[in-house]
Design a protein around this ligand. Structure first.
Ligand code: ADP
Ligand code: ZN
Ligand code: ZN
Length: 752
């Protein structure tokens, strides 16, 4: 029995080890000094070592001090999570019904979790060459040192010390002995990293000057300043038409908070698509020489991610601009949280934990006692409801800056258009006319395709057969470049048939329109115009994307064709025409948010027109010209639309009037999946009687995906967490076979 040092301390740890328990360890007095709440430590669990996060420190009476295992390592000098983030993790666990480990893995970036070193790495190379006798002596008396020497000698370049020792399973003692003899040498190197530079760095932004605020901006800025003066948590919805200067309002609030010595979290739906917002924030904050801004996005290398995290944790950086996962960055003393384009579904993560970045941001602001500003031209029904309930204050910007007018929207009835020309066409007469007009005036146009919905499937004109994927219950998409049909869910691919596979008719038509067809159609009517298309392929090559945007800005491109992906945040002053080629596709998806999405899309897209001194126009092509979202968008009546939509949601008891928890069951054997879904539903009926309204089990709208049959149950609830707890408990009681998978999703955004 060894003696216990009374200066040792007990720490409570959440291990990243696949179970949701808190374990206790003893930290030797030397280590204990470096440990605080939120520290990342290495601890023994069973026979393995695992990483864990310290959640408490200090002796607890009922724990037998002497029987505890020891903390073996403290990974970083600073805590990697703040106490507020630990509380946030607990909230996410209960609200989204996720395992604590998966929450922590989502919160803590990979390189940190892997205990990647923020410090220098030691590199080893061969040193003085030993004589023959010395080599023999080594082999006899210290075979391990000899093995180490031989290995190092063989390497062409210096190798990482940690890797060598691991690989040869050698101790530091062996290594040090050989090092003392001088037969190996070490040098310490800093991993090469470019500090927070990224693709945005290459885009040029004019130095941003603060404007004189207009009347509306001043009013909003004053209310925000009053909130910041009072301090503590509050949330505000900033509803401002596109181009009304919301970003300027955010910037003012940021300045106030930074001058108080606090930090800022700024969330955008996707960083790569909002280079201009990022650029404006950076250039505005560049006047504070001592305030670093971290841009947090998916293209960061491990090293950059680690550096950024440590810079924030240590207080060296105080501002983060980033997508969804930036909501977890460790900003001490957080004063302001901004969520721009708060209505965007991209804030929701579609894998476990299925959290909504906006909702987590609001909850984080609450925990931090910070101000949260949600901004949008077309607020989500959820936020609109929170205003009605008095949870959020509402700020409005109703005018575009400098009295620029909102673009005029023309709605073209494509049914009439087709009746007139007696064939299916992509571009209406009006759109072609306006495109030509802009080209002549050397102004620019953007054409948007609605990506939601299935746009280009293969349809037989004789028997109506639509070519479907063998593995998924969705139509295959036609790709002209290589004459193939591809499934966008599972990637399956076949050659496009010349005849209908069902009735052998040669009249197989490609229905709908992809970006490629639109590009061709524009080129046909304006052979001299430079037309460029941005699609998923372009988006994945960021240099190409940046290059195209650059060329568009400089006027080398006349018409840009793309999906609504590119509608976010882009601000090109010379764009005076925007066309929405197939506005109603998103109306026909089986989702209670279909109207809301279509409306948001139209408003967002038309916001791209007339951003400069020239007035803009929008042409919307549709087969349902009288649909509410289209008519309200045409008239720019955001509030009226929200009210109408809210009424219908309330009538059906849909969100935001109740919360929805969606559960999907899937597996290769449909009967088995249904059996387990039924079992689940039965238990829910017993245990949760009267507390939920259940729909299903029923097939999902995509019944089959990647050879898995999919069924769903919807639970409508007043409050998520208590019901989620029961659902998780029921799921844990069931003995699931390997081939039936069950997933719970609180506040789902995708219902397919
Ligand atoms: P939003 O985010 O609401 O779409 P922005 O913040 O992007 O609007 O503002 C639109 C344009 O107006 C930007 O180019 C911005 O620099 C400019 N702007 C913002 N506020 C003012 C102001 N008070 N005076 C002049 N220009 C402004
Ligand atoms: Zn056919
Ligand atoms: Zn498929």
């Amino acid at each position: 029995m060894w003696t216990v040092d009374l200066n040792d301390e007990i720490v409570a740890v959440w291990p990243l080890a696949g179970f949701d328990k808190t374990l206790h360890y003893r930290a030797a007095s030397g280590l204990a000094e470096r440990i605080s709440e939120g520290s990342l430590v290495r601890v023994p669990v069973g026979r393995r070592f695992t990483l864990g996060v310290v959640v408490g420190k200090g002796v607890e009476a009922d724990i037998d001090f002497t029987r505890l295992k020891m903390v073996s390592q403290v990974c970083y000098d600073q805590p990697i999570l703040t106490s507020k983030l630990l509380a946030l993790a607990e909230w996410m666990r209960t609200y989204y019904g996720a395992k604590r480990e998966s929450v922590l893995e989502t919160m803590i970036p990979g390189p940190i979790r892997q205990g990647m070193s923020a410090k220098r790495e030691k590199y080893v190379s061969a040193g003085a060459t030993p004589s023959g006798e010395e080599l023999e002596a080594l082999a006899r008396r210290a075979p391990k040192q000899r093995a180490l020497y031989d290995f190092v000698k063989q390497q062409r370049a210096p190798q990482k010390k940690s890797l060598i020792l691991n690989r040869l399973k050698l101790s530091a003692a062996t290594y040090n002995a050989l090092l003392e003899k001088g037969f190996i040498e070490e040098e310490s190197r800093v991993q090469e990293r470019v500090a927070y530079e990224d693709e945005m760095g290459a885009v040029e932004f004019a130095a941003e000057e603060a404007f004189e605020l207009n009347e509306e901006q001043s009013v909003v800025t004053r209310s925000i300043a009053a909130d910041l003066e009072t301090g503590g948590f509050s949330a505000r919805l900033l509803q401002g038409v596109t181009g009304s200067g919301k970003t300027e309002v955010y910037l003012r609030a940021m300045e106030t908070v930074l001058e108080k010595g606090q930090g800022v979290l700024f969330l955008v739906p996707e960083v790569a698509l909002t280079p201009q917002t990022v650029g404006r924030i950076r250039s505005r904050l560049s006047k504070y020489a001592d305030i670093q801004t971290v841009v947090w996005h998916s293209h960061l290398s491990d090293g950059e991610r680690l550096d950024a995290w440590i810079a924030l944790a240590s207080g060296a950086a105080r501002v983060v601009v980033g997508a969804r996962s930036a909501v977890f960055t460790p900003i001490p003393n957080l004063g302001l949280v901004v969520v721009d384009e708060e209505h965007e579904p991209a804030f929701k993560q579609d894998e476990t934990p299925r959290y909504h970045g906006r909702d987590v941001a609001v909850y984080r602001a609450f925990l931090e006692g910070a101000l949260c500003v949600l901004g949008s031209a077309t607020p989500s029904l959820e936020s609109y409801r929170n205003v009605a309930l008095g949870k959020y204050a509402l700020d409005r910007l109703t005018q575009r800056v400098d009295d620029r007018s909102l673009p005029m929207m023309h709605v073209v009835d494509m049914r009439a258009e087709i009746a007139r020309s007696r064939k299916s066409i992509q571009l209406s007469t009006l759109l072609v006319e306006k495109l030509r007009d802009r080209f002549e005036k050397k102004e620019q146009s953007i054409l948007f395709i609605n990506r939601r919905g299935f746009s280009s499937c293969m349809l037989c004109q004789d028997c109506g057969h639509v070519e479907m994927c063998d593995h998924c219950s969705v139509p295959m998409t036609y790709h002209r470049s290589d004459e193939t049909l591809k499934c966008h869910l599972c990637g399956a691919e076949t050659a496009a048939p010349m005849r209908c596979p069902s009735c052998k008719s040669p009249k197989v038509r490609r229905k709908g329109m992809g970006t490629q067809r639109i590009e061709d159609a524009v080129t046909r009517v304006m052979p001299n115009a430079k037309v460029v298309r941005i699609d998923a392929d372009t988006m994945s090559r960021k240099h190409l994307f940046r290059q195209i945007l650059g060329e568009f800005r400089s006027g080398k491109i006349d018409v840009l064709v793309g999906t609504q992906m590119i509608a976010k945040g882009l601000d090109f002053p010379n764009v005076t025409l925007v066309g929405m080629v197939d506005a109603d596709l998103s109306l026909h998806i089986p989702d209670f948010r279909a109207n809301e999405r279509t409306f948001q899309l139209l408003v967002q897209v038309s916001g791209r027109a007339g951003r400069g001194d020239l007035a803009g126009e929008v042409v919307v092509q549709t087969f349902t010209p009288h649909a509410d979202p289209i008519q309200f968008a045409r008239r720019g009546e955001v509030d009226a639309f929200l009210e109408l939509e809210a009424e219908s949601r309330e009538r059906f008891g849909y969100p935001p009037y109740r919360h929805l928890i969606r559960q999907v069951f899937r597996g290769p054997n449909a009967d088995k999946v249904v059996f387990f879904a039924d079992q689940f539903a039965k238990r829910v009926a017993e245990r949760l009687e009267g507390r939920v309204e259940t729909r299903g089990p029923a097939p999902c709208s995509i019944e089959k995906m990647k050879d898995h049959y999919r069924f769903q149950i919807w639970y409508f609830v007043g409050s998520v967490a208590p019901v989620m707890a029961d659902l998780v408990a029921i799921a844990a009681e069931i003995n699931w076979p390997q081939d039936v998978i069950q997933v719970l999703d609180a506040d789902p955004m995708s219902l397919s």
